[in-house]
Write a protein that binds this ligand. Structure first.
Ligand SMILES: [Zn+2]
Ligand SMILES: [Zn+2]
Length: 494
């Protein structure tokens, strides 16, 4: 569908990538174009590469304009974001300046500085030359061509094998996926291969809305999901991946995109019915975050990602009748959090209590439990944080957000006591893969530790299961969006 083009990173770091082409295909290297006929199995590999030095910087501010900034020499200024044009018109412009300090070799050094000056984020940057040459060979190992950037397009969908899905999460696996538009291959900052799919944003969204939600979801949910996913594209393009040769990645970090497999007629219809629509807060296109299951209360943006508060990503009670949850709200104290997690409130996302459609049956995460032996959790913490607690004495939540999600946690042990900051770091530190959420309380005794939890995901913005049940109960997509994103309006940008 004719719309602005975007570039999605589908494989971010590989030594080799296998693809399969059918029909009329073209490979471009620079200005040279080659024609391939018939079915072809191809392999792309790194021939030689230069790897720059990775370093960490602390971002202290995000500014529209840096002309008035004193002491410019103290900072490293990085221009991020992108101006997106379509049909000769600017449809969005999220360009900003990141004001950064430091050039740290080690993450912990950057973290110390981050704590000291209350930074917004820590970013990985690179110093030195990068790039290299890649080659493409056929199934017999015969080289077809080589170059810095290879671009391929075809009259039929292009198949890419072993695309990683859910890296670092409990559902990690790889898939064979197929794509339209362009496939581009080049060297990344680590000397590995990156594969990019370049395509019109409306085609991308038709896949995202049903990669992120069940394809059988009600039409109003698919429409709501499409509007927020479209907003995420234009609000974050060129920011999350300012150092990469693509705009967004294909996983949870940005948005789940699985290529053509997920593109259904219903998904397409949700796109065309909301074509060009995004959420706006004032003049700003909303970075409309969303997560699977809030658990009954959504979280404030700044508790998941630090930085400034975003009014349209403020905590809400995710229920039609809020009274039952108000008893525990805000779930910032240990008492409120425990009682909230032990309760079974009638929230929109309560799939245990509500009458649920078939496509939601078996979805877990509204309330959950994980049990470890003391020895097991000691090992996990050591492996995931790189720090040895020795005999573990206690795990203590120091700070919780309104949804009960822990944002600062202390681990006390015989050899070391230290703090873990941020919901995602906490979820990763206490699990072999990643806990469903950081909204949990700890029960210990008899040589074991049990985490009793609520919700799945960071809990900021739209609760996908809650929204799904709102749609199932007859609510319209604009009503759903109004519930989760306060003070926003739906606007059409193309
Ligand atoms: Zn990403
Ligand atoms: Zn919810």
């Amino acid at each position: 569908m004719d719309s602005p083009m975007i570039r999605v990173g589908i494989i971010q770091n590989a030594r080799k990538i296998k693809i399969s082409l059918r029909g009329d295909s073209y490979i471009s290297v620079g200005t040279v174009e080659m024609h391939l006929e018939d079915k072809r199995e191809l392999e792309i590999a790194v021939l030689r590469s230069k790897t720059p030095e990775p370093i960490y910087r602390v971002v202290t501010g995000e500014l529209e304009d840096v002309t008035g900034l004193n002491d410019m020499k103290k900072y490293k200024i990085i221009r991020v974001g992108k101006k997106v044009k379509f049909s000769g018109k600017v449809v969005s412009d999220n360009r900003k300046y990141w004001v950064c300090v430091g050039e740290f070799e080690k993450m912990y050094a950057a973290e110390e500085q981050f704590d000291e000056i209350s930074g917004i984020s820590i970013i990985e940057d690179f110093i030195g030359e990068r790039g290299g040459v890649i080659k493409i060979t056929d199934s017999e190992g015969k080289e077809i061509t080589e170059g810095e950037v290879l671009r391929i397009k075809s009259s039929s969908p292009m198949t890419v094998f072993d695309v990683p899905v859910g890296e670092g999460y409990h559902f990690e696996h790889s898939e064979t996926q197929s794509f339209k538009g362009w496939l581009e291959f080049r060297i990344n900052n680590y000397g590995g291969l990156v594969a990019i799919n370049e395509l019109p944003v409306e085609d991308y969204l038709a896949s995202v809305n049903s990669s992120e939600s069940n394809p059988d979801s009600p039409p109003e949910l698919l429409k709501a999901q499409t509007v927020v996913a479209r907003g995420t594209v234009f609000a974050t393009v060129g920011k999350h991946h300012f150092n990469d040769p693509f705009d967004l990645c294909n996983n949870d970090h940005c948005q789940n995109y699985k290529g053509l497999v997920r593109e259904t007629p219903r998904a397409r219809q949700a796109c065309s019915l909301t074509r060009g629509e995004v959420l706006k807060y004032g003049r700003e296109i909303c970075d409309a975050r969303y997560a699977a299951i809030c658990g009954g209360i959504t979280e404030d943006y700044q508790n998941a990602w630090f930085g400034e508060r975003k009014p349209y990503l403020s905590t809400i009670i995710d229920a039609e009748d809020t009274s039952e949850i108000l008893e525990f709200y805000p779930a910032t104290t240990e008492k409120n959090a425990k009682e909230f997690i032990d309760s079974m409130p009638d929230a929109w996302c309560n799939i245990v209590k509500s009458r649920v459609p078939d496509y939601l049956k078996g979805v877990e995460g509204f309330r959950w439990e994980v049990k470890y032996s003391r020895n097991e959790i000691e090992k996990i913490i050591k492996k995931k944080t790189g720090r040895d607690t020795g005999r573990l004495f206690d795990i203590i939540p120091l700070k919780r957000g309104n949804s009960g999600r822990i944002i600062l946690l202390e681990v006390r042990g015989a050899k070391a006591t230290f703090r873990i900051k941020g919901e995602l770091s906490i979820r990763k530190a206490l699990s072999r893969s990643c806990l469903l959420s950081s909204c949990f309380y700890i029960e210990s005794g008899g040589g074991s530790i049990t985490l009793h939890g609520a919700g799945w995901g960071h809990g900021v913005g739209m609760c996908q299961i809650g929204a799904s049940l709102m749609a199932y109960n007859g609510m319209k997509y604009n009503e759903i969006l109004k519930h989760y994103y306060k003070g926003t309006k739906i606007k059409r940008i193309y």
